[in-house]
Ligand binder design. Sequence first.
Ligand code: ADP
Ligand code: MG
Length: 208
Amino acid sequence: MANLQAFTSWIADYAATVTEQADYLTDLDRAIGDADHGSNMRRGMTRAAELAGAEEFTGIDTYLKKVGMILVSNVGGASGPLYGTFFLRMAGAFAEVEDAGVEEVGKGLRAGVEGILARGKAEVGDKTMYDAWAPALEAFDTAAGSGSDLAGALAAAAEAAAKGRDETEGLVARKGRASYLGERSRGHIDPGATSSTLLLESAARTLA
Ligand code: ADP
Ligand code: MG
């Protein structure tokens, strides 16, 4: 079960992770974008992680909502609104939930990803962060459906996301900045699929 404290640990862990991986994420974005994904994520998540010490939150929903608002207002480019919407929509799944189990977290992740889709209109195979999220949600549900607890379902989701991330290398981008490169975008891993996989790996470490 994951309570508010587990969610604040998730955000802190992810902020530390994207800070540590900022140069790598930026290098991935240099190849097929504008070399700012690492700095975007580091800036936004550092601000988001500061929330927990600066304010009292009464619930998982109000906390995640604020995290989303911080990302929308502090991160430019495609990823700020996309990750911001992810957390805002995820927040909506935790109204009245104090301790989230596998079912609630599954609903929350799905709601978040629906937000990414509403905003970015990506489909599987477009070489975006959705290529990590789509298999991750499927693996989460399969694990949950066969009786896995939250730890097991998150581990399965993170593993599937990593595979989806790796498979973006062979794809041609059809959304976002990378799509301007057309065929030349092939042969590079998508930065957003990489940061999304890191977010799930971080969730597997902290939420369960
Ligand atoms: P920008 O492209 O504006 O510089 P970032 O570099 O921070 O923003 O983020 C780029 C990432 O955003 C891409 O690697 C991709 O995963 C993701 N992305 C871009 N457009 C979309 C979209 N329409 N739907 C989903 N993800 C997208
Ligand atoms: Mg960029």
